[in-house]
Design a protein around this ligand. Structure first.
Ligand code: GCV
Length: 841
């Protein structure tokens, strides 16, 4: 951080102390449960709200609901509700199950059709007093109703004369965390685990409890706390008390604990010499383990299994099927009401890339469709939303239509593994909506994915929605304050997939920031556009996210997808690009859909442009439905996307003073970073396609950067040129870095343009194995200084580490000597790529 930035931060801190309370400094920890004070005019609506909240019945969940109601009303209205129990003595907000209210409000019993977890908000007389009533079949439903009521108030909706029933779309609304026992999180981008540390469950589970509260507020009822690449130790006797503590922390908020288990556990920690699911000793081992678990955690939810995938042990070791493996565990869980999620993410990651018929996209369907109907009723097949792996654009997995006699759940990824890792803004609800609403035409009538997974189409006993979240110890849970919209949207869609993406963005913004119309409109617009923007500079036309798939999954690396066994191929070469997945000439994947969908994708003429390269291999000169050639679309889309990413910064700056300074600054920093990294993406991908296709950009932008001076062409002292791999990840394929013997290095140029105000960008490399310092000088004057101390997924110079530092409004005149001075640190050699100087606006 530069001295200047430090001063700004200090200033922000001091200022925030003096802010009016509706702009109090916030870390984001409260997420959408801020209950911030309503304005006088908003408060008028709640003038007649009762002064007490009475709970009928006894349970930790009901108690939590009552406490939360007090907290919420106090926050928003500044009134402290009187709490009561089992008796109404004045106008009151009443919380209780239908059963609990039977004696005092028999008239409520007439309400039919409430399902488990659903709730009813209504009004009526209880014991002679007018009451607001929040009721449900179960305690958890009352809790959900209470959160819905507070959410209405926070969004300034009327709560008078309520009569509203809400039912969740599906019974399964779970989140998975990929936390390892050592505290690291696989694909987690917001600090270490809130559950584990150093091989054990954390001593302080405050955050786990607060996470459960957030989850409950959006209707999530289950949470798997450990990585699907599961450590067998979670099933050891000694670990049980640890799990029990997490279950206790969750229980208050109606969130049931689940764990991922390793199929080899009977052998790895159980003392058996086998984990063959058909071996009676193995069956007995699972039964005993499960019985012991339920003795300590009676509301335990179940297990998640990743097997025969990416190195995880599986039933194939013994020539058994996924059904054999899932069922043996399901039978152990069944008497206790537990569930097994068996992940459909089973594929061979040593596929022969030379064989054109090989296709990873077919794997889930090929493995699981033949097993349809062979699973116990408490097994759920957990299916990633697309057939590959959370790429920026994939069609809906055909397996959703391939299971008619088996329960299923859709797996959505809230953690932005391939979507900018919470450093880039990418609101995923629009993408999820496209998949959930996609009609797979598997029965008569409409059969959208949301109905298939909810079990509505084939009348399955259970099914639903699972989100991979990976919150961490960062104060704001997911790293990027705006990324929490994804968790919110996931929960809300699991409850009601018919909500639109813009409604979700609107709700989330009001709850998380403010109802100021300008804030709601601006953030809503940014969120709703952001998936398309991200797609447009990282992987248009369905080619997949063109990232480093062998490493970070973060920066650009088009070639990394090819010539290896992982099967995320796009088949880009000098002639064209795209995977031919048709039945007629390709891998046959499109034939895994029913006829109506297969026909759509089989033909280039009917395949939508945005999925063209997922289904077809075409020459770069192929003309899209839009009228553009593929190659020109790729160039244009990257330039437009990167430009929109620059625009986010201005959109956000327009909100200064309308939201608290702490989150304003945090978001601004991320958006400025994203704006720079979008250009890294743009240049890398366009350069690769320009080189591969040999076709120039009709707009002459690619390879032509008028304001740019390459570092290697500046006058260097201590700096030496460096070839970057892949070459497109640095401008001109080269950067400069400090030579091993240099303690301080300088690159300089003589400014030659007319005198004026300029902005100057330094594109430098910020690795996580050192903290180099950079200074910008004009003549002898130090203009700016910063430290490369970000925590990017990068240990070398390249597309993951390439970062922009902008100095605004700099006075320059012809003849000025502009110098970049780098001081290396550790294994980071103060490398940089280029500078750009352009007139300041
Ligand atoms: C937990 C992808 C991710 C892995 C993840 C895997 C899965 O391959 O990169 O980190 O493993 O999906 O979903 O099991």
């Amino acid at each position: 951080m530069s001295v200047y930035q430090k001063l700004v931060t200090l200033g922000v801190l001091l200022l925030s102390m003096a802010l009016p309370c509706h702009l109090r400094a916030e870390t984001g920890y409260d997420a959408w449960l801020r209950y911030s004070v309503l304005t006088d005019s908003e408060r008028v609506k709640y003038g007649s709200l009762p002064a007490s909240v009475v709970v009928f019945g006894e349970s930790t969940v009901l108690h939590a609901a009552q406490q939360e109601m007090v907290r919420g009303v106090q926050g928003m209205l500044g009134r402290i509700l009187r709490v009561g129990k089992d008796q109404v003595e004045e106008k009151a907000i009443v919380l209780g199950t239908l059963d609990g209210l039977r004696s005092v409000a028999p008239w409520l019993q007439g309400r039919e059709g409430l399902h488990a977890d659903g709730f009813w908000l209504t009004t009526g007389k209880i014991q002679g007093f007018d009451c607001v009533i929040i009721t449900a079949l179960k305690d958890r439903g009352v809790l959900y109703g209470m959160f819905a009521f507070l959410s209405k108030m926070a969004r300034n909706e009327s709560v008078a004369a309520l009569n509203e029933v809400q039912q969740p779309y599906a019974p399964i609304r779970w989140v998975d965390q990929w936390d390892n026992l050592d505290g690291r999180i696989e694909r987690g981008y917001a600090g270490p685990s809130i559950f584990f540390d150093n091989g054990n469950v954390r001593g302080d589970l405050t955050r786990a409890r607060d996470y459960a509260r957030l989850l409950a507020s959006i209707g999530i009822n289950g949470c798997t706390i450990n990585n699907v690449n599961a450590d067998p130790r979670v099933l050891e006797d000694s670990f049980l008390p640890e799990l029990t503590r997490v279950a206790d922390a969750f229980r208050l908020w109606g969130v049931q604990l689940a764990i991922s288990v390793n199929l080899s556990s009977p052998k790895a920690v159980g003392g058996l010499d086998t984990f063959d699911p058909l071996d009676p000793r193995v069956e007995q081992w699972w039964r005993k383990r499960v019985d012991v678990l339920y003795r300590e955690i009676p509301d335990f939810a179940g297990f998640v299994i990743k097997a025969d995938s990416e190195g995880q042990a599986g039933p194939s070791t013994y020539n058994r099927t996924a059904a054999d493996a899932a069922n043996v565990i399901a039978r152990a869980l069944k008497p206790h009401g537990g569930i097994v999620f068996y992940r459909a993410f089973v594929y061979n990651h040593h596929l022969d890339w030379r064989e054109p018929k090989n296709d990873r996209a077919k794997a889930a369907y090929d493995f699981f469709h033949p097993l349809d109907g062979k699973f116990e009723d408490n097994v759920i097949i957990q299916i990633k939303h697309g057939p590959i792996d959370f790429q920026v654009r994939e069609p809906a997995s055909p397996l959703f239509g391939g299971l008619r006699s088996t329960n299923q759940a859709i797996e959505l990824q809230v953690t932005q593994e391939y979507m900018g890792q919470q450093r880039h803004l990418c609101f995923l609800a629009p993408m999820w909506k496209e998949v959930l609403d996609f009609d797979l035409h598997v029965g008569g009538g409409q059969t959208p994915v949301k109905d298939l997974v909810a079990g509505k189409v084939f009348h399955r006993p259970t099914g639903g929605f699972v989100g991979v979240v990976n919150v961490g110890m960062d104060a704001n849970w997911l790293g990027h304050p705006l990324a929490m919209a994804n968790l919110y949207a996931f929960g809300r869609l699991a409850w009601n997939p018919n909500l639109s993406a813009s409604t979700l963005a609107d709700e989330w913004t009001r709850l998380s920031f403010s109802s100021d119309p300008i804030v709601v409109k601006t953030i809503g617009a940014m969120q709703v556009a952001s998936w398309h923007v991200y797609e447009s500079y990282t992987g248009p036309l369905g080619a997949g996210t063109l990232t480093d798939i062998l490493g970070s999954h973060y920066g650009p690396d088009v070639d990394s997808s090819e010539r290896n066994g992982w099967g995320q191929w796009h088949r880009g070469d000098h002639e064209g690009i795209g995977m031919d997945r048709t039945v007629s000439t390709g891998t046959g994947y499109s034939g895994e859909y029913t006829a109506a969908v297969a026909t759509l994708y089989e033909s280039i003429a009917t395949t939508p442009d945005e999925l063209l390269l997922f289904f077809h291999h075409v020459p770069y000169t192929h003309v899209l439905h839009s009228g553009k050639t593929v190659i020109q679309h790729i160039y244009d889309s990257h330039y437009q996307g990167a430009e929109q990413a620059q625009h986010y910064v201005h959109q956000w700056e327009s909100l200064k003073g309308r939201i608290d300074d702490e989150r304003y600054a945090a978001v601004l920093a991320r958006l400025e970073y994203q704006a720079g990294h979008a250009i890294v993406w743009r240049d890398a991908i366009c350069t690769w396609f320009r080189r591969m296709s040999g076709i120039a950009d009709a707009e002459k932008r690619v390879g032509n950067y008028p304001d740019r001076t390459e570092a290697e062409s500046m006058q260097l002292e201590g700096y030496v040129p460096l070839d970057v791999m892949p070459p497109e990840n640095a401008s001109g394929g080269k950067a400069v870095e400090c030579s091993p013997e240099a303690h301080r290095c300088v690159a300089s140029l003589r400014f030659a343009a007319p005198a004026g105000w300029y902005e100057l960008d330094v594109q430098y490399f910020d690795q996580n194995n050192g903290e180099s310092t950079f200074r910008l000088l004009v003549g002898e004057q130090v203009i700016d200084e910063w430290v490369a101390d970000d925590h990017l997924p990068a240990v070398k110079v390249g597309g993951d580490s390439s970062t922009r530092h902008r100095t605004k409004k700099l006075a320059l005149r012809p003849g000025d000597r502009v110098r970049i001075e780098g001081t290396p640190d550790g294994r980071e050699h103060a490398a940089f790529d280029y500078i750009e100087i352009r007139p300041a606006n």
